[in-house]
Design a protein around this ligand. Structure first.
Ligand SMILES: *Cc1c(COP(=O)(O)O)cnc(C)c1O
Length: 429
């Protein structure tokens, strides 16, 4: 049986590193910045991209490559790479095919850091953007495109809004405009959703979240599906389809084909020039997380579902958002894309606004107050008194973030203990 046919649970454990006879069972951490060669000619062939191999860890390191290969296999892609953070993954994935004068169409329901990256920092680089509602019709999405649009971007389950993207609709519109769709798949992970199966061309991750799963290492990943035909749109993607003068005139899409061009260019050009490599130590920790990801995701979903159901209809709770909850606007699409459930993040609004949220948070014993999500330990955040504390109650309401909103990331504890903790804290409101 070929590795490609293994089930996702087996891929989490086995894909990527396959040791030979007498080699270490666990992934070796290649803690070395450089690699030694016998002749300058041998090394020159690496620099010319004539041979595959390692010469400097800023570009590539074997430990990272084992883990990137595992994530690529889990997503059903042809090639993958690791980055130092999720932010770097989205920057690299977008900037690999955009330049000054390009335009991005992005879902408005995305992680705040990515929204800033696209709307502020990329604007300074001369890259324009238009944000669209994730629930927009095909016609509305079409209207956002311009002749200089080079990429469409969205999140499978958005952080923190928990909207579930209609990937098929976004992919259809992107492809009708001759551009690829990038999906940030951080929240469901490939255990619960594989965007490439629904039409996405490139998938990104903040591996800092469930993939690492222990709050131990910041990291990111990019996977290419190999499905987008760059050469058919060569006028739009000169970086992939015309000679790269910084690499002796290599044409990535010709030399590395549809399945290899995107990641090879991203590594040999952007990693070379911008850095942002993941430390091999962190890649090792990430792989430890991946080995149990399928087991952990099931428990995160079980706890998220139990807590969403407990909170829904509670007398101190005004509203609950969780795609696994019948009646949630994303319930149907969530069931279709994620039959095993999505993730363990639930958001809810306590009654009593800012004061209610403060009284509740103060009483929590198990759930810690953190600006993090998606690790083994349950944590909570009230945006009004933390990440969004400079905003007035009126501004918060306008942004769709009521003052009493709380985001809880359900960890791996026993759900009865978590519910008991919430129960005693809700009693304080
Ligand atoms: C956290 C997060 C990011 C940013 O990742 P970092 O690893 O913190 O840089 C990007 N996208 C999503 C959906 C996230 O949750």
């Amino acid at each position: 049986m070929s590795e490609k046919n293994y089930k996702i649970n087996t891929k989490c454990v086995q894909s990527g590193y396959r040791p030979g006879n007498g080699e270490p069972r666990q992934i070796p951490i290649i803690q070395s910045t450089t690699f030694k060669y016998d002749t300058s000619e041998a090394m020159g062939r690496l620099f010319d991209l004539e041979d595959a191999g390692y010469f400097y860890t800023r570009l590539q390191n074997p430990t990272n490559d084992y883990v990137a290969a595992k994530i690529a296999d889990m997503e059903g892609g042809t090639a993958g790479m690791l980055t130092s953070s999720g932010q770097a993954a989205n920057l690299f994935a977008i900037f690999n095919i955009c330049e000054a004068g390009s335009h991005i169409v992005a879902s408005s329901s995305i992680y705040g850091g990515t929204f800033n990256l696209i709307s502020v920092t990329m604007a300074k680089m001369g890259i324009e953007s238009t944000f669209v509602s994730p629930d927009a019709s095909e016609e509305e999405l079409m209207a956002a495109f311009r002749p200089n649009t080079r990429v469409m971007f969205g999140e499978s389950i958005a952080n923190p809004a928990l909207t579930v993207l209609n990937i098929e609709k976004f992919a259809k519109v992107a492809h009708a405009n001759g551009v690829p769709l990038i999906i940030d798949n951080t929240f469901p992970t490939p255990v619960n959703l594989r965007p490439i199966e629904w039409g996405a061309d490139i998938v990104t991750h903040s591996t800092t979240k469930y993939m690492d799963g222990h709050g131990a290492a910041v990291g990111g990943a990019i996977v290419d599906s190999g499905n987008f035909d760059w050469m058919a749109h060569a006028d739009k993607y000169p970086g992939l389809c015309t000679p790269d003068e910084s690499y002796h005139g290599i044409v990535y899409a010709e030399k590395f084909g549809q399945g290899g061009a995107f990641i090879t260019k991203c590594t040999s050009q952007l990693m070379r020039d911008l850095g942002c490599i993941q430390a091999p130590q962190n890649a090792f920790l990430l792989n430890m997380g991946l080995e149990s990801l399928h087991v952990r995701m099931a428990r995160h979903v079980e706890n998220g579902q139990a807590i969403a159901e407990y909170l829904n209809g509670h007398e101190k709770v005004a509203h609950v958002s969780y795609p696994g909850l019948p009646g949630d606007p994303y319930y149907e699409i969530s069931k279709k894309y994620m039959p095993k459930g999505g993730c363990g993040v639930v958001s809810f609004e306590v009654k009593g606004g800012r004061a209610g949220a403060e009284a509740f948070m103060k009483e929590l014993k198990l759930a810690a107050i953190e600006t993090h999500v998606a690790d083994a330990r349950t944590c909570c955040l009230n945006p009004a008194t933390s990440t969004h504390r400079q905003m007035t109650d009126e501004q918060l309401a306008e942004a769709g973030i009521p003052a009493g909103l709380i985001r809880i990331s359900c960890g791996l504890e026993d759900k009865e203990d978590l519910i008991a903790d919430l129960e005693q804290a809700l009693a304080a409101i």
